[in-house]
Design a protein around this ligand. Sequence first.
Ligand SMILES: *Cc1c(COP(=O)(O)O)cnc(C)c1O
Length: 379
Amino acid sequence: MNIDTVCQTKDKNIADEWGALSVPIYQTATFAHKGLGESTGFDYTRMQNPTRQQLEYVVNKLEHGTETMAFASGMASITAVMELFSTGDHIIMDSDLYGGSVRLFSMIGKSREIDFCSGELYKGDYESLFTERTKAVYLETPTNPMMNVTDIEKLAKETKKRGVLLIVDNTFLSPYNQNPLDLGADIVIHSGTKFLGGHHDTIGGFVVVKDETLAEKLRYIYKTTGAGLSPFDSWLILRGIRTLSIRMERAQRNALEIARFLQTNKHVKRVIYPGLKEHPGHEIMKRQSRGFGAIITFEVDSKERVEKILKGTELVYFAESLGGTETLITYPITQTHADVPAEVLKRNNINDRVLRLSVGIEDSKDLINDLKNVLDCVL
Ligand SMILES: *Cc1c(COP(=O)(O)O)cnc(C)c1O
């Protein structure tokens, strides 16, 4: 079944006697039993809820998993996955990650004495990073915000050989563009807040796995720690997913046009978008992804220009987040990456002139005009 169709599929196990096409918001905490040992399959919303189950069904199909769990946020899903590890375990994390993940790993690294080490996984020379205690490798590709691309299949061969879990945060591309489980990853994470929800109106997260034992362990953590997504938010993300393919198509088409425009502007010093042929990860992405996403990182000529851009755009909003219908601009150094240590920022070339765009589905000419106005104005 084509992905455009998968976005519209329904879980046949969710009975609906009225034929509702939209699975209703089952706003209930609990479910009545007919008698001893007779459950409808739903007992208590922390464990299961029909609206959430429909959402998990669709995301599971989109990511080619065996089991998907929907969480109250992307960070809640990462936190649940981290419950798989304990004191003394060693985890290799990519050196360029979402700032919230870096903060979480630093927090649990200290409190639970899990040993996180970081490496530039996109470079491919990760062998020396593994130790006898290594239990997992954690990465995003392309990374946030530097758009480094790691060859997932190649890394998966290494982790499989060593019996180490490969965890991929697939938020930036969404399952529309990339399916890490098919490339050998063991766990896929999403912030459902971004492309899956797609409208900047709710927060959610997902964990998707293929292996049944791992699925069982994570389901147990899920129901025990209780960070499941609410019925209403499940419904919102379901609604978002119905248009995932057309939103992604438009957003990434716009992104390529905007990236090309930025390259021609004299106040822009660097444009990092993996859809550009000169991007070092372009060829790998052509192999492992179906599209290049809608996130562009670029560097302008001065901090004053940054201030002008953040204050001056009319259509592009200065706001944290990505993956929605409106175009957003963020300033990684004070927003998403505020908690990333200075030496890591320096190594990743994230300075006070770097901006990140999440391109939406507006008309690209209007967006380009909006950016042109602030880029070309006199400071
Ligand atoms: C936003 C984001 C997260 C965190 O998700 P929340 O839904 O905000 O908790 C994790 N990873 C990436 C790549 C993100 O962009």
